[in-house]
Write a protein that binds this ligand. Structure first.
Ligand code: SAM
Length: 305
């Protein structure tokens, strides 16, 4: 690293405040990502971790210093580079949608395994990702599992537009279709009722009161709609568990992320509902339940047929 780079790394280190929701970001890869962005080659922090620093002319050096200043003022790195890494993909990121978090890779990896198992059947396999945001989960599924037909949807038209741009960037636009609408409404027809192999969701699950108290780096830059799960934080989760069984085919799976402290109650609710016959908790490295999987029973209580 040159003296110019060392000096800027020193400044970043001196002001560094580790963000628990973005554990992949360090002073070193932040500098590399901003340096690369200033050179006109946007990369996420993860993708920039091992790059050599390209030469910067005087204009590019001024761009770098402006980016560093914005980062130190609390603008998310992903908004400055326009990129965020998720399950092996460098995705477009911006204020239109939540910046995908590493913690959501737990749900994403489980979804990929379930989709691979389903994809071994000799019929078209359908995955639906609601609350899709930037499309990270839907696109990771399509990228990592061949032969899947993937649909994503979000209430926010801006998020859907970003998800579509991501699909185009990754060459997945012919396999992943994004729609706009409320939760499962965009799929509420016979094409999807009882036909979905995997219903995936990372919903907003923070209680409205706690959303007010979120750090400024989050609340000032990411859409409130991505976090606010209603008075108790579980409004969308409750609707998903209630309505999801109409869409998932017998033997198919519902898979969703939950907030810290919500998992056990949600798992109990699924186990008490005859629509699901296998409910599994997924834990993070600290042992907290952060995602749930539920398999649709072959013949659920309350089914007519
Ligand atoms: C926690 S973010 C998840 C985004 C993305 N799936 C991810 O994993 O990073 C929740 C998303 O749900 C969307 N959303 C909120 N309420 C919704 C609703 N009623 N119907 C559909 N999407 C909704 C938000 O716009 C946001 O994109």
């Amino acid at each position: 690293m040159t003296a110019t780079a060392e000096q800027r790394l020193h400044t970043l280190r001196a002001h560094w405040q580790a963000a628990h929701d973005k554990p992949e970001e360090t002073p070193d890869n932040t500098l590399r990502a901003l340096w690369s962005a200033a050179a006109g080659r946007p990369l996420s922090a993860v993708a920039a971790t091992h790059i050599a620093l390209p030469e910067l002319d005087a204009d590019a050096m001024r761009r770098l210093d402006a980016l560093l200043e914005q980062r130190l003022a609390g603008v998310p790195l992903a908004h400055l580079t326009g990129r965020q890494h998720f399950l092996g993909l460098d995705l477009l990121a911006g204020p239109e949608a939540l910046i995908p978090r590493r913690e959501t890779e737990l749900l994403g990896r489980a979804a990929i395994e379930l989709a691979r198992a389903a994809a071994s059947h000799d019929r078209p396999v359908v995955a639906v990702d609601v609350c899709t945001g930037s499309g990270n989960l839907a696109l990771a599924l399509a990228h990592h599992v061949d032969g899947l037909r993937v649909f994503g949807a979000d209430l926010s038209e801006d998020a859907v537009a970003l998800a579509r741009r991501n699909a185009a960037l990754l060459g997945l636009a012919d396999r992943v279709e994004f729609r706009a609408g409320d939760l499962l409404a965009p799929f509420d027809d016979d094409t999807f009722h009882g036909m979905v192999d995997l219903l995936l969701c990372n919903p907003p699950y923070i209680s409205s009161g706690k959303v007010e108290a979120m750090p400024g780096e989050i609340s000032a830059h990411e859409p409130r709609l991505a976090f606010d799960g209603g008075p108790l934080g579980v409004s969308l989760l409750a609707r998903l568990m209630q309505d999801g069984s109409r869409f998932v085919r017998p033997g198919g799976w519902l898979a969703f992320e939950v907030g810290l402290g919500q998992g056990n109650a949600m798992a109990r609710r699924l186990r008490n509902d005859g629509a699901w016959d296998d409910v599994r908790e997924l834990m993070d490295e600290g042992g907290a339940v952060r995602a749930l999987l539920a398999r649709r029973a072959d013949r659920a209580m309350g089914d007519n047929g």
